[in-house]
Design a protein around this ligand. Sequence first.
Ligand code: KG4
Ligand code: ZN
Length: 331
Amino acid sequence: MTILGIETSCDETSVAVVEDKNILSNVVSSQIDLHTVYGGVVPEVASRQHLKMIDLIIIEALKRAGKTPQEVDAVAVTRGPGLPSALLVGVATARGLSLRLQKPLIPIHHLEAHLYSAVLNPEPFVALIVSGGHTLLIHSASAGKHCLLGQTLDDAAGEAFDKAAKLLGLPYPGGPAIEREAKKGDPKKYLFPRPMINSGDWNFSFSGLKTAVRRMVNSFSENPLSSQQVADLCASFQAAVVEVLVEKTFRAAHSLQAQQIAISGGVSCNTELRKEFDRRSKKDGIKLALADLTLCTDNAAMIALLAEKKILAGFVPPMDWDIEPDWALKS
Ligand code: KG4
Ligand code: ZN
């Protein structure tokens, strides 16, 4: 079965071709440079850029996969959650393609696609999805059944990286920039809070950490900060975020007796995060499934892969549906 997937929920225009669980192509056109000047994603700019790129990216994805449009068996597209005007471009394009090719159109939940980009096998799992827009802890006791355990009460983990980076004069997106600087720094140099680490529920909060970075920066007399100060601040900030994510995820897995932990989303690219999860999984004897680095940030391969999984499980796509910008993840 050959599936063409389309993803336009935020600032990446992506099209992929997947066949029998193999990714034949996964073309991602990032808009980061366009949004950097505004310091964040501007929806109107995002949708115009999706519109400009989508046809070219479809042609490129088919070409790289060595497929003609007629060889596509189904079209999959992100229905939500995401920016309404950005989702509309992907969904309208996918609908047109599916009508033209007379092939089924499969609407996909963006977060469920992130989630399954990491899951190893059908055993019960706890999944952590950490991206620029979301920080979610999910429990799945059986195939396809998800229960939301907790989420961030304010900023997402990726958003905290982005905001902390801005305070430290580093470029957008902040995650990779902080990770780069942190390699030269001492994670114990500054003590940042570990928000809600012992809160007794599965929620997160990262906006206080960003405030702690601001206070710390303002307390220094040096202006601008020395490169060593920036490196130490990055390492200490990263250590705080990683410790909270690791601790709460493992505690949830133990408490729900899950045999595996899956981590996905843009922040799961972070090397320290991956290392700490790996170390802890060996210590605690819980299997760890990490999304492949190419599938951590937004991409259409995860959309097409989940569509294929759903089709094989007998999923019948609804006839009448629209974008769902605030679509909640539930079973
Ligand atoms: O999943 P994603 O591409 O888009 C959303 O759906 O939000 O995630 C983007 C987020 C950004 O906030 C970015 O700073 C963060 O993921 N990120 C990282 C790293 N790479 C990307 N955060 C920490 N370390 C990284 N290496
Ligand atoms: Zn995402």
